[in-house]
Design a protein. Structure first.
Length: 309
């Protein structure tokens, strides 16, 4: 009998824990028909509400349900990594507890793995219910990172995917501290089938992602899977050096040939502000990579477990 491990990261999702379990368990006939066992692993990412207590109630009804409580909020990336490390299944699936990742798709995903695929991953075809500004920046991010990085990241890709044990072991071998799983899943390769579905809104509660957290997440992705910002900084610096040399030669020739006075201070101030701004921008790009290097060399644990059931 094969085992499917379902990893469900949770952060302040007390309202959705039981709803998710009820939807997941509707696949019971599918598991039985395919001679499959399951384990459902809720990863409580340092929630401040009663998420852990709600999971324990579910554990009381089903011994196949487990709980990993982290000592604080480490972030979804760390929660997924913790779940994958604890998962024992021949197949592993990652799903959000807010039911935006419908458990009803699980039989279809499993079917593709039986056809020979290593990964059956999902992507949203629409962003209905999402603020237009957020949708615009999301699409811009995918466009930029696919232009700058050799690792292709599919627009609308979700973390919801069913993977073979070989793929999970490959992902776990990348034990970097600053994690961007969408890039990691793509980087490890393997034969992937993309399953499309329309966006589904949360059952209850509100999203924990705000604009700043999404922006930071996007920066992690760009820095983690592209060195283009460093190259842009180098090219920009070279171009400005060349322009400055040309302007110096032009100023000297104009003074010697025509006796024109040097331009006034307003233009000089504008040039200083422009060049200073470009310098700070380039320094910021270098700082992003230096920050990630600093965090990696500390070798801090990706997560710390407070309780496990």
């Amino acid at each position: 009998m094969k085992l499917i491990s379902a990893i469900v990261p949770c952060y302040n999702e007390e309202e959705n824990v039981s709803y998710f379990y009820d939807e997941f368990i509707k696949n019971k006939s599918f598991f039985d028909a395919n001679d499959l066992a399951y384990e459902l692993i809720y990863v409580d990412d340092g929630s401040s509400d009663a998420t852990a207590s709600e999971v324990k109630k579910v554990i009381g009804k089903d011994s196949n349900v487990h709980l990993i409580s982290l000592s604080r909020n480490f972030g979804k990336e760390s929660s997924m990594y913790a779940g994958m490390q604890m998962a024992k299944g021949d197949y592993v699936v990652i799903m959000d507890s807010d039911l935006q990742d419908p458990p009803s798709l699980l039989p279809e995903l499993y079917g593709y793995l039986q056809e020979g695929y290593d990964v059956a991953a999902t992507r949203r075809t629409t962003r209905n219910g999402e603020p237009p500004v957020r949708s615009f920046f999301a699409r811009a991010f995918y466009h930029i990172i696919n232009k700058w990085s050799q690792t292709e990241i599919v627009d609308g890709a979700r973390d919801y995917r069913l993977m073979t044990r070989q793929v999970v072991d490959a992902v776990l071998s990348m034990s970097e501290y600053c994690r961007f799983s969408k890039g990691i899943f793509s980087w490890v390769g393997f034969r992937t089938k993309w399953v499309e579905y329309e966006n589904i809104e949360r059952v209850k509660g509100t999203t924990k992602w705000n604009f700043w957290s999404l922006f930071t997440y996007a920066m992690d992705g760009i820095v983690g899977f592209s060195t283009a910002p460093l190259k842009i900084a180098s090219i920009t610096g070279s171009v400005f050096c060349l322009i400055s040399v040309i302007m110096i030669i032009f100023t000297i020739v104009r003074k010697l040939a025509f006796g024109d006075p040097t331009s006034g201070w307003p233009s000089l101030v504008c040039i200083i502000f422009l060049v200073s701004g470009v310098q700070m921008l380039c320094l910021g790009a270098v700082g992003q990579y230096l920050e990630k290097t600093y965090l990696e060399v500390k070798h801090r644990p990706i997560y710390i477990i407070k309780e496990k059931m």
